[in-house]
Design a protein around this ligand. Structure first.
Ligand code: GRG
Length: 356
């Protein structure tokens, strides 16, 4: 299993192999060709941020400004894109329907709203100063108001979810909120045993990042198709892509500069967090154990840990693990009938691996 124990180490000769999806292009019914899954997905998302802002209609000027702050088009909209592509892939699989239902598009908005609410709260917990290259809500308006702005976005998402009126979909997406909270809570704790530590890291990763993607994919599949086999395919695709996405995010914290990230790098070490690259590096350099246990709290710990990681093959091992999750996602989504959107979802898992 990919999630139960400390993964095996991999030889680098196995690392550099790519999937068959890396150069595929998607063609729509009209014959239009899309080499970019983001362009294909975006056709159903025009007006996404305007529509989210309509959901946030609030009388108090300041609360309105705060809750709208991140819906400015500066995020990647990774979740809404996956959601509409999955909706179309499931609809085509089920009855060759070419339309995205209004309720399925609403799930894309709701997923982005839950994501954004969690970012606002996360920045309060981490006392973060910048995100997406701009100041965080907590730095501009203060922590107390930032918590309330996050709550408000979450409540607007809940109202939109209730409006869809499907109790199965409501329980699927409320599970995400529980997972986000439990994932954040898991991150506050640490494990002494190395195997337990890796399982704890992957559970945290699923709950904080992958659950939202997995369950949003499942929600649109439920709305589009009655077959539970399809719901499971959608969920497994989202889960595997979501875990891979976070593993790569954890790699980028070591390999990217802060300009690319829109936030400071080595941010995880500074927060006391041992992510994939550190956990793999610790297998090669057991002297890192003590630093992990004290959450890199002594002067010089962050720099020393960073050097150990860069000298080790922690970055490559984490990337290789992400690649395995992506292959699993591709294996799952390939069970659906072929469609441009199914191919775009395959390509998207490639993009997750190669993003900078
Ligand atoms: C209020 C719903 C709610 C939850 C509270 C604080 C908390 C519990 C959960 C934190 C969850 C969190 C922030 C996880 C990180 C997920 C992640 C990978 C964020 C970065 O996603 P990108 O790169 O961001 O898609 P952009 O900026 O492109 O949207």
């Amino acid at each position: 299993s990919l999630t139960s124990a400390f993964p095996n180490r991999y030889s680098m000769s196995r690392f550099h192999h790519s999937t068959s999806a890396s150069c595929c292009h998607s063609r729509t019914q009209s014959g239009e060709q899309y080499s970019d899954p983001f362009k294909l997905g975006w056709r159903d998302l025009t007006g996404l941020y305007e529509d989210i802002r309509k959901e946030l209609l609030i009388s108090t000027t300041e609360l309105k400004e705060m809750s709208e702050y991140y819906f400015d088009g500066k995020g990647k909209a990774f979740r809404p894109i996956i959601v509409v592509l999955m909706a179309r892939a499931c609809n085509i699989h089920h009855n060759n329907s070419r339309d995205v239902q209004a309720s399925q598009r609403s799930i894309a908005l709701i997923a982005e709203m839950i994501h954004t609410a969690s970012l606002v709260h996360d920045d309060v917990i981490d006392d973060a100063s910048s995100r997406r290259g701009k100041h965080t809500v907590n730095k501009i308006w203060g922590e107390k108001k930032a918590v309330l702005a996050g709550d408000l976005i979450l409540s607007a998402a809940s109202i939109a979810l209730a409006r869809i009126g499907n109790t199965t979909v409501i329980s699927i997406l409320t599970q995400v909120i529980e997972d986000l909270v439990r994932g954040e809570f898991l991150q506050l704790g640490s494990k002494e045993n190395e195997t337990e530590r890796f399982a704890h890291y992957l559970e945290k990763t699923f709950k904080k990042t992958a659950s939202l993607i997995a369950n949003s994919c499942k929600a649109v599949s439920v709305l589009g198709c009655p077959d539970p086999v399809v719901h499971e395919i959608a969920y497994q695709y989202g889960k595997n892509v979501g875990i891979a996405f976070q593993l790569i995010d954890d790699v980028l914290d070591f390999t990217s500069c802060s300009d690319q990230m829109g936030k400071p790098t080595s941010a995880d070490l500074k927060l006391g967090l041992a992510t994939g690259p550190v956990l793999f590096a610790c297998q090669q350099f057991p002297e890192m154990n003590a630093m992990i246990m004290r959450r890199f709290s002594l002067p010089g710990d962050v720099d020393r840990a960073r050097q150990y990681v860069l000298q080790s093959d922690g970055v490559q091992q984490t990337t290789y693990l992400a690649q395995r999750y992506c292959h699993e996602a591709i294996r799952e989504i390939s069970k659906l009938r072929p469609s441009p959107e199914r191919d775009a979802l395959i390509q998207l898992s490639e993009i997750v691996l190669t993003r900078e």
